[in-house]
Design a protein around this ligand. Structure first.
Ligand code: CA2
Length: 150
């Protein structure tokens, strides 16, 4: 993939990161996450597009933008993971690598429904349970794939 833009997309309620439920999601804010991702893209000479939305149509519009020539997508679909079939269809249209990130370990949560992300059908790989460290790790993976010409 030859594109130079890495999209990092965040779904519903992640604007509350660092404010609500710190025992599960930690104390870092979404601004902290953006800074950690930007360190990775800056070091690689790539451009970061970092977004959060509570509206599925807005998320889909960014995926459509990424579909044409992005280096890759890092996405925390949040609760879209469980019922976001329009978003799933949009991700399936992408040729670029897609890494699904969840801050918590969705397989180890109290509610079983949290483990059943439908997005897994469309993504290259998943990082779940590494806290916000998962985001820069996912960006680094996309940077590495691009450097390897994949
Ligand atoms: O662990 C993750 O990153 C999640 O994708 C977060 C989602 C949740 O629905 C997934 O099951 C796992 C969103 C959680 C609710 O939003 C909050 C965001 C920040 C702080 C507290 C709640």
């Amino acid at each position: 993939m030859t594109g130079s833009i890495v999209f990092v997309l965040n779904g519903p309620n992640l604007d509350h990161l660092g404010i609500r439920e710190p025992a599960i999601y930690g104390h870092a804010t979404l601004a902290d996450v953006e800074a950690s991702c930007r360190s990775e893209t800056d070091a690689a000479g790539l451009t970061l597009r970092f977004h959060q939305t509570n509206a599925e149509h807005e998320m889909i519009a960014w995926v459509h933008e990424a579909r044409v020539g992005a280096a890759g997508i890092v996405i925390n679909p949040a609760a879209f993971s469980y019922a976001g079939y329009p978003l799933l269809d949009a991700l399936k249209m992408c040729d670029c690598p897609i890494v699904e990130v969840h801050i918590s370990n969705i397989h180890r949560r109290e509610a079983e429904w949290r483990s059943k992300s439908i997005m897994t059908q469309a993504v290259t790989g998943i990082i779940s349970g590494l806290g916000v460290d998962g985001y820069p790790l996912a960006v680094r993976h996309i940077v590495n794939l691009r450097a390897a010409g994949k």
